[in-house]
Design a protein. Structure first.
Length: 253
């Protein structure tokens, strides 16, 4: 439940360009983005199921959008000053998930698709609803942040519901364990180099859902429980769908 590539938690040494446009939580621009993401996340999988011939072009387009926006972010950020390794290290969950999304949409690897579905439907979606973002429309950071986060959410929905790669039985618990393993690696980096990836050492400066979960370190425990609960919630409709598909077969038998 963290910021993406354009988050405001990059090293303090990076020069910032102060612009008049400030991000307004649930302002007109933010609401427009949320509506667009919701429409695409629901509409594109529906279209892909009705017209399977569009699946290959859709996969290529999603990969192009993810790669293109990531490249745009790196190029735009480099114009503000010299890049450091922390500017491009994908240690925030949403940043790492961009790579997972690219791999998933390119290969339809089952584990990658499961990570994309659960992480995209929780962390990235929540980061879209309550972003750690300072700059508003039309600043490039606003465009890239919501472009990438929205593309990941849409890709997760397409892979699970439009490309026939729903998570397997027990995927919620497996992804939960993988999430904790990833967080453990990031925690070592945070402690060793004084960083705050995954917001393991402090909350983001901008208002986010973490503000509702108590002080540090209590919110880390709450996030653990919340993550598992949300993963199980996301898994529930897939179980119902699988059961519904089996009923006609049993009736026929």
């Amino acid at each position: 439940m963290d910021g993406g590539p354009s988050h405001d938690s990059s090293p303090p040494s990076r020069a910032r360009v102060q612009l008049s446009a400030r991000f307004v939580l649930f302002g007109p621009a933010h609401l427009a983005v949320l509506a667009a993401v919701a429409t695409a996340a629901a509409g594109l999988p529906w279209l892909l199921r009705r017209r399977p011939a569009l699946r290959a072009p859709a996969r290529a387009l999603l990969a192009l959008v993810l790669a293109g926006l990531t490249g745009l972010y790196v190029v735009s950020l480099s114009r503000l000053g010299p890049l450091s390794i922390w500017d491009v290290m994908p240690l925030h969950l949403c940043d790492f998930l961009i790579l997972v999304a690219l791999f998933a949409v390119a290969t339809l690897n089952q584990t990658a698709c499961e990570l994309l579905y659960f992480w995209g439907g929780t962390g990235t979606l929540l980061a879209t609803i309550t972003p750690d973002l300072v700059f508003g429309w039309p600043d490039w950071r606003f465009v890239v942040y919501f472009g990438l986060h929205g593309a990941v959410v849409v890709t997760a929905s397409c892979v699970a519901f439009g490309l026939d790669r729903p998570p397997r039985a027990g995927a919620a618990r497996r992804v939960f364990l993988l999430t904790n393993a990833y967080a453990a690696v990031v925690a070592v980096v945070d402690v060793a180099w004084g960083m705050n990836f995954l917001y393991l050492r402090a909350k983001p400066s901008a208002p986010t859902v973490l503000d509702w979960l108590g002080p540090w370190p209590l919110y880390l425990v709450v996030v653990e429980a919340l993550a598992l609960g949300l993963f199980l919630v996301l898994e529930a409709p897939l179980r119902l769908l699988a059961a519904a598909r089996l009923r006609p077969r049993r009736s026929a038998d």
